[in-house]
Design a protein around this ligand. Structure first.
Ligand SMILES: [Zn+2]
Ligand SMILES: [Zn+2]
Length: 336
């Protein structure tokens, strides 16, 4: 099969590699859409991610959807031909985290696209059958791929457990910030302020119901917005400190973005004097089926998220496009 393999910094090659064979409990998925996550771009840009270095070539991509084309031993569902999205956080089911139902915090977690497990920027990928969710009718492959970052927003909102009349603040209107916005709206929250420096993304946030929508966190403070819950979705170290300043006394700050640089600092007094709760959110907790159900029910409309499509051969362009953080597209979408 054809695959896009990252060999080192900025070095992506389209190569012919063996098609994976589904092992026991696995299915083979013919990938139809795979989005580029900024975390994919980070590995491409730096040659390491989350403290893990790239030591051998890897196929990236973990936000994807496709068709089931083969079953491994002991698998009979989803059936051959089913259109599926795939939860990319694969767990052992045995460790203490898994036993407590915290499968997304599995101590033996496998995450395709992250060293050293191949991802979905390829024609095929073998996946655990349990990780596949059948796409509801009317939900496209592209929307299926977008459902993965949507689960990240859903998980963050659930962790925060906001009250119905809470003022929400979101920093960042990339795919994750907008996912938090869409999920917050879907659970009935009305007051959602958002800060985002890129104009096109601000427009998108306003269309999706955020108000006010301003360029910077400082602008929110200027107009007196204080959040019961502040979601940090910009992934910048400084944004975490901005989030603290924007929280109301006894408020919550949820760190959803992956801070870069990885070491962050903030004035402890800001958090201490207001007795803030700081929550770190990690990916999602097997919430893909819930996210797809929200899409199918029309509570979240992923067709309002613009993407730019690329063939597999143009994966490098798709990664560079992601780096440019365009205002008119939230994800580069590779169609292998
Ligand atoms: Zn991602
Ligand atoms: Zn486990």
């Amino acid at each position: 099969m054809k695959a896009a393999r990252l060999h080192g910094r900025h070095d992506v090659r389209i190569e012919e590699v063996p098609t994976p064979a589904p092992g026991p409990g696995e299915v083979l998925v013919r990938v139809r859409a795979c989005a580029i996550c900024p975390s994919d771009w980070r590995l491409y840009e730096d040659g390491h991610a989350g403290g893990v270095a790239l030591k051998q070539p890897i196929i990236q991509g973990h936000e994807f959807a496709g068709d089931i084309v083969a079953h491994g031993e002991g698998v009979d569902s989803p059936p051959i031909g089913a259109r599926v999205a795939v939860e990319p956080s694969w767990h052992c089911g045995q460790c203490d985290s898994c036993q407590r139902g915290l499968t997304h915090l599995c101590r033996n977690q496998v995450f395709p696209s992250f060293p050293h497990r191949d991802g979905a920027l390829a024609e095929y990928i073998a996946c655990p059958a349990y990780a596949c969710c059948v796409l509801p009718e009317g939900v496209s492959y592209v929307q299926g791929a977008l459902a993965e970052p949507l689960t990240v927003g859903l998980h963050a909102v659930r962790l925060a457990a906001p009250q119905p009349n809470d003022q929400i603040v979101i920093l960042g209107a990339g795919m994750i910030g907008l996912s938090v916005l869409m999920c917050a709206r879907a659970v009935g929250l009305q007051q959602i302020a958002l800060a985002e420096p890129i104009e096109g993304r601000r427009q998108r946030a306003a269309l999706l119901g955020a108000d006010p929508v301003v360029p910077g966190a400082g602008n929110l403070r200027d107009v007196g917005v204080e959040g019961d819950v502040v979601f940090e979705c910009a992934g910048e170290g400084e944004a975490v400190e901005h989030a603290l300043y924007l929280a109301r006394p006894a408020g919550k700050v949820v760190v959803v973005g992956i801070p870069h640089p990885e070491r962050i600092s903030f004035e402890a007094d800001v958090a201490r004097r207001r007795e803030l709760t700081i929550i770190f959110s990690r990916r999602s907790r097997d919430e893909l089926a819930d996210a797809l159900a929200m899409v199918a029910a029309g509570h979240v409309d992923l067709s309002r998220i613009p993407v730019r499509e690329f063939p597999l051969e143009k994966t490098k362009d798709a990664l560079d496009f992601t780096a440019a953080r365009p205002g008119d597209a939230l994800r580069a979408m590779v169609l292998p």
